[in-house]
Write a protein that binds this ligand. Structure first.
Ligand code: SAM
Length: 417
């Protein structure tokens, strides 16, 4: 229990907002001090939990986290703001004006849409989550929170709908869209009433679950694949699959196919060239390897292996580039590294059943030199490729719609009670 309910009253809200920056080693002292000052143990515990959650929430919400209210589950499930901004922009660019967020959680997506000026009605079935949502949306006069079952609500008047169904059940994480809350097919049916429908789903969703009219876009942030978004009607330029790669320096999208359910077309492998590329996870999940290979003038190192190789250096945020220094059968690697006094080794692998930590131990490395090795199959043969990681290219595109984040900088969180 994270106790967020204790913070909804004036005393709790004032207390949590007056707390200093979270420091784990300071919790016991602070707790004793606050109790001595007359606050109840429940309130103190809830405030300190919130102080910790706000610190953790910085990774998703930046400085906005300081003024928000979280539950542990709500924070875990929340979309990070940089991605929520992309969701919001889709609705804005499609001309939507009145958005309903059917599964708002603590409100990341709703906040981003409100910040872009959409009129937002945000609904959550969980009472405490909806209370946090109300606090987090309070700075936006164009947004309101509701507690209830969005599937039972009259949706007349909305021209856009967004859903991010819960994928955690009492038994843990679920990968079956029928077990989402609400179930995916119930959410998808809403596009008959509101064609501009966007749905956030787990990145592991199988292509067989994608409706023929969906544009499915896998999104990665700084190398982690965080979601697949299903976009319908005016929110999608055309059906298909694509990848959106967001990093500190930019965003880049690539289309995989115009048929969302099409299987991935295997590419013919090529001999190891001067460069090796590791495609971003969103590229791999969306099946855009062939499209990226074309861009990089590169082909897989072996059948079914998602490393590409080529002789020309083409830098793109869609793949990490490595210069190939040497390649050898795996059993020659230990001697090779010993000769060169390699003591620190970065190991990447794909298509080989090894545990990097155990493998590294067996190499008994000693020396002042650092190296990177990729363990993989080269046209079927288990191999070690010694590489040099090349610096990422700086993309000219801004990573996030800054206007969304700037709009979130409203002063009124402390004034709402
Ligand atoms: C993954 S979270 C949403 C996170 C949100 N997009 C954000 O960024 O903060 C899913 C939420 O859906 C809510 N939910 C599940 N079924 C619902 C329903 N039928 N109506 C309204 N909310 C529902 C859950 O309570 C949960 O808070």
């Amino acid at each position: 229990m994270d106790g967020a309910q204790f913070l909804l009253g004036p005393e709790g809200w004032a207390l949590v907002n007056a707390l200093p920056e979270y420091r784990p080693d300071d919790a016991a002292r602070l707790s004793a001090e606050l109790r001595k000052a007359g606050h109840s143990p429940e309130l103190v515990s809830a405030a300190l939990t919130q102080q910790r959650l706000r610190a953790k929430a910085r990774a998703k919400f930046g400085e906005h986290a300081r003024r928000m209210l979280f539950t542990e589950a709500g924070l875990q499930q929340a979309t990070r703001l940089a991605v929520a901004a992309h969701h919001a922009r889709r609705f804005r660019d499609a001309g939507c004006e009145r958005l309903v967020d059917l599964t708002s959680g603590i409100g990341a997506d709703a906040m981003a849409a409100a910040a872009l000026g959409l009129d937002v009605t945000a609904i959550d079935a969980d009472e405490l989550t909806a209370a946090c949502l109300a606090i987090n949306l309070a700075p936006f006069p164009n947004a309101r929170a509701e507690h209830g079952d969005s599937l039972a609500r009259d949706l007349t008047g909305f021209d856009g709908a967004f859903a991010d169904p819960a994928r955690r059940t009492a038994r843990g994480r679920t990968f079956n869209p029928a077990d989402y809350a609400p179930p995916l097919d119930r959410v998808l049916a809403i596009r008959e009433q509101i064609p501009a429908l966007g749905v956030k789903v787990a990145p592991g969703i199988g292509y067989e679950h994608l409706p023929a009219d969906a544009h499915a876009q896998w999104v990665s942030v700084d190398g982690d694949v965080v979601e697949a978004g299903l976009w319908f009607g005016p929110l999608a330029q055309s059906p298909g699959r694509s990848a959106l790669v967001i990093s500190g320096t930019g965003t880049t999208a690539i289309t995989a196919t115009s048929d969302p359910t099409a299987p991935v077309v295997p590419l013919e492998p090529a001999p190891l060239g001067a460069y090796l590329y590791e495609p971003d996870g969103a590229v791999i999940r969306s099946g855009a390897i062939a499209a990226v290979g074309e861009k990089l003038l590169a082909a897989p190192v072996s059948n079914g292996i998602a490393y590409l190789t080529g002789d020309d250096l083409v830098q793109t945020p869609l793949a990490t580039a490595f210069e190939v220094l040497d390649a050898m059968p795996v059993k020659q690697l230990a001697g090779y590294l010993r000769e060169r006094q390699v003591g620190a080794l970065e190991i990447l692998k794909r298509g080989m059943d090894v545990r990097p930590d155990e493998f590294r131990k067996k190499l008994k490395l000693r020396g002042p030199v650092s190296a990177t090795v990729i363990l993989t199959r080269l046209r079927g043969r288990h191999s070690a490729v010694v590489v040099r990681r090349l610096p990422a290219e700086i993309s000219p595109h801004p990573s996030t719609d800054r206007s969304v984040l700037a709009e979130l900088d409203r002063p009124c969180y402390s004034e709402i009670r």
